[in-house]
Ligand binder design. Structure first.
Ligand SMILES: NC(=O)c1ccc[n+]([C@@H]2O[C@H](COP(=O)([O-])OP(=O)(O)OC[C@H]3O[C@@H](n4cnc5c(N)ncnc54)[C@H](O)[C@@H]3O)[C@@H](O)[C@H]2O)c1
Length: 353
């Protein structure tokens, strides 16, 4: 076989900054996870406050027996972003993660990508940032204790987010798999949390003012029953995020005031898929703009029916793009073909041969 010569070095326009998992870990460890979550929450809040500026659509989901693969696009007049993310609750058995992701931020003016980034770690950070930000509007005043049911990959990030944004430092853990609870307890104690490991969900919620459910199962699960939720509690329900995949008994939903990201998506994927399609919900962007109150009184049960919306990923990518400017937390990736004569793509190919 004849030897194919190495093509000439690509031009400047060919390169797109690429943030690998190693780069993301260096960036987060340099700044500290709590600082990153706090800064991310600021970006998310800014973007929620300008909600009407965005093109929005429920994410495009491809379901299979084992899980789901989703594309999450959104854009404003300057930037376009999408995330590729999967959710496979049984993946742990084969050593794969339940959730992995990557995403792209592009310039609307040229359509050229400006950033390609890992988003598995970033999704955990942005989910925690969103939950904790929402917790600031909805958690009861002076909340000190959070129950954390489901102690998998997202768990520690959620705890760090709530500490950074609401000051909660006491965490009561429960998972059906005791090994997951052991792992989370070890990691959280290492971060200075006051941790109690529990043997049942009912034990975990005792004395908690915030209850986070973050389990993974492909069914209508009942992680919380009505009798476990006292007045004044804020529920941060993360794990119910697909058709046929929920965590709360419907009786809780009818007692709670329900707050959502994007109703068109949450009615398909969230806890409220168990309710009538016109059940009243409050949109969080309106709360963040001060148009509708968050928590109104100390006895109210509030529920963040979280499913994860594209604007949170847009904000996260925008944040990372700003953060890596002038740093070495990325590598230039030769991603875009850039012929000298823009119409001579074929000539570029043949000259390289
Ligand atoms: N809302 C969002 O924005 C968002 C973002 C990321 C992930 N998620 C969802 O959050 C969930 C957790 O994600 P992860 O990456 O931590 O998954 P993971 O698989 O790492 O952890 C899930 C944990 O839940 C536990 N669990 C399962 N059933 C349980 C039950 N009945 N009671 C107590 N514990 C139980 C499992 O043992 C496991 O430790 C998934 O369902 C995922 O789809 C939502």
């Amino acid at each position: 076989m004849s030897r194919i010569p190495t093509p000439p070095a690509p031009s400047k326009l060919a390169f797109v900054p690429f943030v690998s998992v190693a780069d993301m870990m260096r960036l987060v460890n340099t700044l500290g996870a709590e600082q990153v979550i706090t800064e991310l929450a600021g970006y998310i809040e800014q973007d929620f406050r300008r909600w009407p500026d965005f093109d929005k659509t429920p994410r495009v989901a491809s379901h299979s027996q084992d899980g789901v693969i989703e594309l999450m696009p959104t854009a404003d007049s300057d930037h376009y972003a999408f995330k590729y993310v999967n959710g496979h609750p049984g993946n742990g058995k084969s050593g794969h993660q339940t959730v992995t992701a990557f995403g792209v931020l592009s310039s609307v003016a040229t359509g050229y990508p400006m950033l390609l980034s890992e988003m598995t770690v970033l999704t955990a950070l942005r989910t925690a940032a969103t939950s904790a930000l929402v917790g600031r509007y909805l958690a009861p005043k002076g909340a000190e204790v959070m129950a954390m049911i489901g102690n998998g990959a997202q768990c520690e990030f959620q705890a760090l987010g709530f500490r950074a944004l609401t000051g909660i430092n006491r965490i009561r853990l429960y998972d059906i798999d005791a090994k997951a609870t052991e792992k989370a307890a070890r990691n959280l104690r290492g971060q200075g949390f006051d941790v109690v490991s529990c043997k049942a969900a009912a034990e975990a919620v005792e004395g908690a003012q915030v209850i986070t459910t973050c389990t993974a199962d492909k069914q209508y699960a009942t992680i919380l029953t009505d009798n476990m939720v006292g007045s004044g509690v804020h529920i941060n329900a993360i794990g119910g995020d697909c058709p046929g995949k929920t965590e709360l008994h419907p009786d809780i939903l009818t007692r709670a005031e329900i707050f959502v990201e994007y109703p068109e998506q949450t009615r398909i994927e969230g806890e409220i898929q168990q309710l009538a399609p016109d059940h009243p919900v409050t949109e969080l962007w309106q709360v963040m703009r001060g148009e509708i109150p968050g928590r109104r009184d100390a006895r109210q049960i509030t529920l963040f029916d979280s499913v994860g919306f594209a604007i949170e990923d847009f904000s996260a990518l925008r944040y990372i793009h700003d953060k890596i400017a002038g740093s070495d937390f990325f590598q230039p990736l030769d991603l875009l073909a850039d012929p000298d004569d823009t119409r001579d793509l074929f000539g570029m190919l043949t000259r390289a041969g």
